[in-house]
Write a protein that binds this ligand. Structure first.
Ligand code: NAD
Length: 507
């Protein structure tokens, strides 16, 4: 037995969660969960069998019978407790997340925190899931609506936010009275599982939250399963489009948040220091592996003169393991992601973009096996180049140029994606014009990553999203419920008969 085989035998297994119990999968297909800074095998994750997926759905279906009628205050209190447990375990959750995903510890806490905000919002479900009532719509008739849960719902999550995105999904689905089957990313399922354990500790009853692991086959089984009513997906455009089409065809309600290419416009009147800091944080933070990462900056007019300073500042960022204090840029999630990003940088050069800063193969003391790429900057980037047309999902900032705000807006609107965008300026008029004319669902004004807090919803648009409603906030209450409208007449004993009404009018 060689060293790596022995490590695999010793690595703990990631469990399934079925009917309130953590269970060992009977699968014969497993994959390693690997620390991207060291290549240490942390755990092994199963690809659940069809029987295990069916068992998760069957238990969720059974649990729905009682959960749907559980008093709203009782549901809310579980999420009050869960938010407390997440706060108490923040350090442990962040450490687990950094170990399997790679991002820095402070950013891992941010990942957990942005999910925690959704849990806090779920605790407020009593005031979110309200129907409407219109009194006396006809003689003695009232009409009211109730928002009823759908049944078994499912969530499929990506690797890049293994805490926040599962927390976008199951708390609001369950708070609204549904039961849930979660399929986390097979690349980093451990922190997600820890959050689910905390959810059980907070009081989520058996069967209400279930977890199955796996890849394509498990996702397809979820899309096809007749007892699943709705699916929330977050991940790449290719897989999201497949999930949307397949699950819609099977009659499900589906929402898919997908890939992106997020642009910022830099106006020459912007505060230079603040703007450069914002651009670098949003382009290189999490090693560029955010769906809202700022991957293209459109420099307008004299802002093009800022390139040398932008490059010098980029060189000051520290590339290292996510647990090292002061690290700005951690490793990419996998060796495959590393070679993909390196080859896209190569293609950028071949396509004629100017490589202002090459972050490939950085020397990282103590982490010679890590999947690192340092901050990388291209200028002269144009549509038609691979570094512009593809989502790089690495620490690569592409710089494009425009002569005016109008030209910059037109450039961004011509890109098919619509996840996020930002403008840096000191002009209220320029900011307002941008806000009005830009065709992107989430807009930042001197804010580089405008992910809305859960009082609002995540509102990516165009090619970055399929389905109408967003994954948290007010919109997701509608996503996870069916509006039922009741028209009721209660006769007084004294009501005199109006005889037979053969018309459509209410009398
Ligand atoms: P991915 O699409 O590879 O994986 C997402 C999920 O789909 C995972 O659970 C995975 O197991 C499953 N999957 C993978 N291949 C599949 C296949 N062939 N068939 C069925 N299911 C499959 O995405 P990723 O690499 O984990 O995440 C990165 C992507 O997610 C980026 O494109 C990023 O922009 C996007 N993302 C979008 C948002 C958003 O809100 N718009 C947020 C985070 C990430």
């Amino acid at each position: 037995m060689n060293a790596s085989t022995s490590a695999k035998v010793l690595a703990p297994t990631v469990k399934l969660l079925i009917n309130g119990k953590l269970v060992e999968s009977q699968s014969t297909q497993w994959r390693d969960v690997v620390n991207p800074a060291t290549q240490e095998v942390l755990a092994r994750v199963p690809f659940a069998t069809p029987d295990e997926v069916n068992a998760a759905v069957a238990n969720a279906k059974e649990a729905f019978k009682t959960w749907r009628k559980t008093p709203i205050g009782q549901r809310a209190r579980i999420f009050l407790k869960l938010q407390q447990l997440i706060r108490e375990n923040m350090k442990e959750l962040a450490a687990l997340l950094t170990a399997e995903q790679g991002k820095t510890l402070p950013d891992a806490e941010g990942d957990v925190f942005r999910g925690l905000e959704v849990v806090e919002h779920a605790a407020n479900i009593g005031s979110l899931q309200l129907g409407e009532l219109a009194n006396n719509v006809a003689n003695g008739v009232d009409t009211y609506s109730v928002l009823q849960p759908l049944g078994v719902c499912a969530g499929i999550t990506p690797f890049n936010f293994p805490a926040m995105i599962p927390l976008w999904m199951f708390p609001m689905a369950i708070a609204t009275g549904n039961t849930f089957v979660l399929k986390p990313s097979e690349q980093d399922p451990m922190v997600t599982m820890r959050l689910c354990e905390l959810a059980l500790e907070a009081g989520i009853p058996p069967g209400v939250l279930n977890v199955v692991h796996g890849g394509e086959d498990v996702v397809n089984a979820i899309c096809d399963h007749p007892d699943i009513k709705a699916i929330s997906f977050v991940g790449s455009t290719k897989v999201g489009t497949h999930v949307y089409n397949r699950a819609s065809l099977a009659g499900k309600r589906v929402q898919c948040m997908m890939g992106a290419k997020n642009h910022a416009i830099v106006m020459p009147d912007a505060n230079k220091e603040q703007t450069l800091n914002a651009l670098l944080g949003a382009a290189f933070g999490a090693a560029g592996q955010r769906c809202m990462a700022l991957s293209v900056a459109v420099l307008v007019g004299d802002a093009q003169k800022w390139i040398p300073e932008l490059v010098e500042k980029s060189k000051t960022l520290k590339v290292s393991g996510g647990t090292e204090p002061g690290t700005d840029v951690g490793p990419l999630v996998s060796c495959a992601a590393l070679s993909r990003v390196e080859s896209l940088i190569e293609r950028g050069l071949a396509d004629g973009a100017k490589l202002e800063l090459d972050g490939r193969k950085p020397q990282v003391a103590g982490y010679d096996k890590g999947n690192f790429v340092g901050p990388t900057v291209f200028s002269g980037v144009k549509p038609g180049m691979s570094v512009y047309d593809q989502e790089i999902f690495g620490p690569v900032l592409c710089l494009a140029a425009a002569d005016s705000l109008d030209e910059a807006i037109e450039f961004i609107n011509a890109n098919p994606n619509g996840n996020g965008t930002a403008i840096f300026t000191q002009s209220g008029a320029a900011a307002r014009k941008f806000q009005e004319d830009i065709d992107v669902g989430q807009v930042g004004i001197n804010v580089p990553i405008p992910v809305p807090v859960p009082l609002f919803s995540f509102t990516g648009s165009r090619a970055s999203k399929l389905g109408d409603l967003g994954p948290y906030g007010k919109q997701v209450v509608l996503f996870y419920t069916q509006t039922k409208t009741v028209t009721a007449r209660w006769f007084d004993d004294s009501t005199t008969s109006q005889g037979v009404n053969t018309t459509i009018s209410l009398r």
